[in-house]
Each structure stands twice: as C-alpha cells, then as structure tokens.
Write a protein that binds this ligand. Structure first.
Ligand code: AMP
Ligand code: ZN
Length: 115
C-alpha cells in the first residue's frame, strides 16, 4: 500500500468505486475515460509501480490477472470478436498511473501499430 497511490486507495476502498471483479489479490474497474466500448482495468491490490517491478515470485499473480482478463472478456462475448490486453510501462509507453494495471480493450476494431 502506497498512501499517495490512486489505485492503492481504490483497492482498499479509501476511494469508493464500482468494482466489477474482486478477489483477495486483484480487482477490476471500468476505466474512467474509456477508449473502446469495453475498457476495463485489472489491478493487483499490492502496489507495483510498473511492469518493471515484476519478479519471479509474482508470476502466479500475473497469471491470475490473465485468467481474470479472459473471464471478463468472455462474460462480454469478446472471445468471439477478440480483445486487446495492454500494459503501458513507463514514460514512452504513456503510463500515467504508477501502479501496474492491465487494460482490457474490446468491442471495436483496434488499430495496429498503436500511435
Ligand atoms: P495508463 O495511462 O496506462 O497509466 O492508464 C491509466 C488509466 O487509468 C487511464 O486509462 C485512465 O483513464 C484511468 N483512470 C485514471 N483515474 C481513474 C479512476 N479514478 N477510475 C478509473 N480509471 C481511472
Ligand atoms: Zn499503488
């Protein structure tokens, strides 16, 4: 828990939000500024500043995040049309919240390469 971190505060409930998924270790919320019809953030409750903080001991947690992504996508029938799972890491990738989070984007055709 980082007392100045937005996603730590949402995770503990210090800042209220509608969680669309929650376990002991992970939660998911709708992005406040959606870039696609489905734009969900999957967030571990433990504070990691970015993908660069992930170590071998965290592999199980990262695997669980991928399962959560698949389950949320399937609930929304995005397994039929496809979806994108994105982690922005650091300045050049445009990371704006320094607590690791995975974006699920779906419900429209997404361009590649990204801008
Ligand atoms: P990134 O740019 O990859 O760090 O993504 C941060 C994401 O967090 C952006 O898509 C924001 O729209 C989203 N965001 C920021 N504040 C909130 C919030 N209070 N609730 C939900 N999503 C948020
Ligand atoms: Zn945090």
């Amino acid at each position: 828990m980082n007392k100045d971190c937005l996603f730590c505060k949402i995770g503990t409930g210090a800042i209220p939000s509608e969680k669309i998924y929650e376990s002991d270790t992970i939660f998911a919320i709708n992005d406040i500024n959606p870039q696609a019809p489905t734009h969900i953030l999957i967030i571990p409750k433990e504070h990691y500043s970015s993908l660069l903080d992930i170590e071998e001991a965290d592999h199980e947690l990262m695997g669980s995040i991928i399962s959560v992504a698949n389950n949320l996508a399937k609930e929304r029938e995005l397994d039929l049309s496809g979806y994108r799972l994105v982690v922005n890491c650091g300045e050049n990738a445009g990371q704006s919240v320094m607590h690791i989070h995975y974006h699920i984007l779906g419900g429209r055709s997404l361009k590649w390469p990204p801008g």
